[in-house]
Ligand binder design. Structure first.
Ligand code: AHR
Length: 655
């Protein structure tokens, strides 16, 4: 009895001095659950923040075909003198409705100092030693004129130059290449004229020779590489609200984005004037990055293409215009024709165009979105018509429908009910919420109907201030909370089949919306902490979920720890993702249940910030980025040290 009392006293004393030892987490390796879809982690692309023109589309000349509302926006005409030299904008609308305007340059004097400058997109990023391809469509008029071309730095230094005689009295493409002698973020293109006479100029263009896959007129290689490094499961394009347009006339029409570049009809970008606090009056869509190029990019980076099409509704935050039901046919036909463009035989009209554009093989389109962020009965009514027509002709195409802009509330509830009743296959949900919402919603999908529609977490990003606030930052707190939330997406891979952070890109001097996954300027690019969170999940997605338990329950924020685990059946590897949302280092044992003892090496990636408001920047792009290390793993107990405010990914091989 005395012994028992002493033992009890001893236990009570120790428990007062030492913190209670946390019970080990249990990783049930022999109980793989749902298959993780190869599409699980993907990319959302929208031409917002100069993502396409001025961004990944490597064209350096702004307003190359003089089609902006102000035809000389982006251009400067220097030393125009009416009697010696001038530039006239001519509109031949009847003859070329897609590209009506061109510039007629007249020089009447050998000594004319007339100059045409193009300022690029916040300047032109020029790199030392890089070759630049200049091209334009031109037609000689009277006399004999040559163009002198130069790239000039912000301090007036010539970085490259060349001369291009213009010949022929019909429209013809003229080209010239030159190499840059220096690097400059804010160069301009300067055209001067030699001789006397007149020339007509259009589609004045400048591209670096080095592009993604070195395609002429292609994409910025550094930005495309950042996408490829994500190893994304899908590429959603072209948005976003850009699909809808402020009104229907400004909706994205994929047919106008394919074919010869010079015949793609440009329109104003809907983000041009969307935010009065971030006006971008020079923001237009040239469609140089059009649907063919999106499909090609998806193929290049191993992602399933996921186009989203307008469903006969303009943005409901703007005009909310809808097309009458009896005039919906052309919209539906656009969807059917798009499937033919992507997958059709080269004998079909749209398949033939794909082949002519350089891709006779089909793009193997399997997924198609109908509408972006629509809500209300007008959406379901229109969606039904699309679904019926598409399924009748292409039963294997999986359709994505949407629940609107908010992840809860009456629009969301109605959409969920209606779409369930319509047997919707994949439903898109959007969440732009504060970091606490993301932590609190790590269990969001635990109770979703396993037999209901699959979920596309199609747009999400933690907002450090508020949705659409220009003060939002891509800080570590936001990235950490997204990681915690993503463990919930992964644990529920049975229901959640696709996920994408949004928006994707932002030019540091030309953005309208923040936060964004990747920031860039004219020469540099960087992944945010959020990018590295996405990369860790996507690069280590596995093939099947594994139960990771804390006292018999999934780890969903107990003691502010979050976690998920997967098995990769192809490589026979286990991957564990743990998020420590506390401000303390935490040490935990993880019991590896259901396997024989291991004698191996585990690889660990730790992503952490020293402060919650820490950022990456173009000067310090990897401030917060994964740090890799390895550790021996013996037996069946894994000891993990989770740094304060960190995301840890651990990978080890079985057997
Ligand atoms: O990602 C920015 C915008 O947010 C998208 O265009 C839209 O779908 C959402 O409201």
């Amino acid at each position: 009895m005395q012994k028992l009392i002493l033992l009890l006293l001893n236990t009570i004393c120790w428990s007062l001095i030492l913190p209670a030892q946390a019970p080990p987490l249990q990783l049930q390796i022999d109980q793989p659950g749902a298959a993780i879809q190869p599409t699980m982690w993907g990319i959302f692309f929208e031409d917002i923040n100069l993502a396409a023109d001025g961004g990944i589309y490597a064209e350096l000349v702004k307003n190359r075909s003089f089609e902006f509302s102000e035809p000389l926006m982006g251009w400067k005409v220097e030393n125009a003198e009416s009697e010696f030299g001038n530039v006239l904008i001519i509109n031949r609308s009847g003859l070329n409705s897609a590209n009506p305007r061109f510039a007629r340059v007249s020089v009447q004097n050998d000594n004319s100092k007339l100059e045409l400058h193009n300022q690029g997109f916040r300047g032109m990023g020029i790199k030392q030693g890089e070759t630049y391809h200049f091209s334009l469509w031109a037609k000689a008029g009277t006399g004999n004129l040559s163009l002198n071309l130069s790239l000039v730095s912000s301090t007036g230094k010539k970085l490259a130059q060349g001369s291009l005689p213009i010949s022929g009295s019909t429209w013809k493409k003229h080209e010239l290449s030159f190499k840059a002698s220096d690097t400059e973020a804010k160069a301009k293109l300067v055209i001067t004229f030699q001789g006397k006479g007149s020339v007509d100029l259009d589609m004045i263009s400048l591209f670096p020779a080095t592009t993604w896959k070195n395609r002429p007129g292609g994409l910025r290689a550094d930005l495309a590489q950042l996408l490829a490094d994500l190893k994304p499961g899908f590429l959603r394009f072209p948005g976003g609200c850009i699909v809808e347009g402020r009104d229907l006339s400004q909706r994205y029409q994929w047919k106008k984005s394919v074919g010869a570049i010079e015949s793609r009809e440009m329109i104003v970008n809907r983000w041009n004037t969307e935010f009065l606090h971030r006006p971008t009056p020079d923001y237009y869509q040239t469609f140089g990055l059009g649907f063919f190029e999106y499909f090609q990019l998806a193929e290049d980076i191993g992602a399933e293409p996921l186009p989203i099409l307008n469903c006969g509704m303009a943005c409901q935050f703007n005009t909310a215009e809808v097309v009458p039901m009896d005039e919906l046919d052309p919209y539906v036909q656009d969807a059917l024709d798009l499937i033919e463009f992507a997958n059709g035989s080269t004998d079909s009209p749209w398949g033939k165009l794909r082949a002519e554009m350089g891709h006779p093989a089909p793009f193997k389109l399997k997924l198609l979105g109908v509408g972006n962020e629509q809500w209300g009965p007008q959406y379901f009514e229109r969606y039904k018509v699309f679904a019926k027509a598409i399924k009748a002709k292409y039963p294997n195409i999986k359709l994505v429908s949407g629940t609107g802009p908010f992840p809860e509330g009456s629009f969301f509830d109605l959409a969920n009910q209606e779409l369930k009743d319509l047997n919707a296959e994949i439903v898109d949900e959007h969440y732009y919420r504060n970091p606490s919402w993301f932590l609190d919603n790590a269990t969001r999908y635990d109770k979703y109907d396993r037999k209901g529609p699959k979920i596309f977490a199609g747009e999400y990003a933690a907002q450090s201030v508020a949705i659409a606030s220009p003060d939002n930052k891509n800080n570590w707190e936001c990235a950490l909370s997204e990681a915690a939330f993503m463990t919930g997406l992964e644990r529920n891979a049975e229901v959640v089949n696709l996920c994408s952070y949004a928006p994707l890109f932002a030019h540091s001097e030309g953005w309208q919306w923040t936060p964004n996954l990747i920031w860039f300027d004219n020469l540099r690019a960087m992944g945010t902490p959020n990018y590295y969170v996405q990369k860790l999940f996507s690069n280590f997605k596995g093939t099947h979920t594994l139960p990771l338990l804390h006292q018999g329950q999934p780890l969903t924020g107990q003691e502010r720890l979050y976690g998920s685990a997967v098995l990769d059946k192809n490589s026979n590897e286990v991957i564990l993702k743990l998020v420590n949302a506390t401000d303390k280092n935490v040490s935990r044992d993880v019991e590896l249940a259901g396997i024989k003892k291991l004698n191996t090496t585990a690889t660990q990636w730790v992503l952490k910030g020293t402060q919650l408001d820490q950022l990456n920047s173009l000067d310090k792009p990897t401030n917060i980025s994964p740090i890799e290390s390895s550790m021996p793993l013996k037996g069946k107990m894994l000891k993990v040290e989770l740094a304060a405010h960190s995301v840890t990914v651990l990978k080890f091989k079985l057997g």
